[in-house]
Design a protein. Structure first.
Length: 137
């Protein structure tokens, strides 16, 4: 792995953390949604990541973070008895989303810090490459 490969790894990791932050932001924006139909209620979404490595002929392999997809949480919905709610079903129940706001805030903070760490790694690698180039002067 050369120093230049760090740019691919950090770039893909930054992209993954950006997707993670956007997904958490979407979850937080929909945290208060309710509906009388459990099939129409917003369900929390979470991205799934994995590492990848490909080897090209006679070259070093590309490495990084792959976004495998975004899945909907299977956590149970919150059932509330609110017969006066305009969205209530025939029994007076509404279904609230399964978004855990505390968990989403922690995810956003973690994604933000990871993104910043990757930026620092890129800056350090850039500085090392510039210092290496200046050795020949």
């Amino acid at each position: 792995m050369s120093l230049f490969d760090v740019f691919n790894v950090a770039g893909s990791a930054m992209n993954a953390q950006s997707v993670r932050m956007n997904t958490s932001a979407s979850n937080l924006a929909n945290a208060g949604n309710v509906s009388g139909d459990p099939d129409k209620v917003y369900r929390a979404k979470h991205p799934v990541f994995s590492n990848f490595s490909t080897t090209l002929a006679n070259e070093s392999g590309l490495q990084g973070v792959r976004i495998d997809g975004i899945y909907e949480s299977e956590a149970p919905l919150q059932l509330r008895y609110q017969p006066d709610h305009p969205e209530a079903d025939a029994d007076g129940n509404v279904y609230a989303t399964n978004v855990n706001t505390v968990e989403e805030m922690v995810n956003m903070m973690s994604a933000s810090r990871s993104y910043k760490n990757n930026v620092e790694m890129l800056n350090t690698t850039k500085d090392l490459l510039l210092q290496t180039l200046s050795l020949g002067r």
